[in-house]
Design a protein. Sequence first.
Length: 248
Amino acid sequence: MNPETLTNLACQDPVVRMLGDWCSSLCTSAVILRMSLSFFYAAIIGYERANKRHSAGLRTFILVALGSCVAMLVDQFIASKGAKVTIPLSAATVIGIAFISSYSILYSARGQIKGLTTAMGLWSTALVGIANGAGFYSVALFAFLAQVFCLSFLPPLETYLKDHSNHFEIHLELNDNRKLPDFITTIRRLGLVIDDIEANNAYVNSGLSVFTISLTVASPELKKYKQHSEIIEALSSVDYISHIEEIH
């Protein structure tokens, strides 16, 4: 996309119409505004992640947003000089951040996936920085507000849906692997169906027999009245179970 087309699109932005055409150019004031907005949006998202003790926090999100914003500004500056590049710096930046974000996704010994939301948060924050750098202020603002909504207000709904789903996974630690048939019998009596059982080799030689088990709630009574936490609490009282928890 040539700089003239990009400028015309930016001029149609409601924020540009409100503040004036100066913020759609590459003047010093417009550059400072775009970088400041990227910093501010990323700081709020980063604070939310850091407050919940996730791997990527305040500084990481700010650096990602600023880097993406600067990459887009550099692309526009190069294009304004009539130069052509095979791969825009902004595109390479987003790809690089996606690659780096993948390293924040971890698999725990209990089969739980950690850091997926943070990884996607980094990637989407990079896109917010790109939008700010391009002068699409309203797009960046809407994307930022959508991020805040997803991270702050959707987790309770997500938890509710998971708790009331007919399918869930558990991490099970038995004192004796010979008790696995007894456990299977117990959960079948409760009205649960086993979809899959996988032994966890991370606990070899620990003295425990550890399994990841996928379950389906088949009993109409359980579907209607019991949450996953209540089912797990009932199972935890069995004497040969060392530990049991739901995998989220």
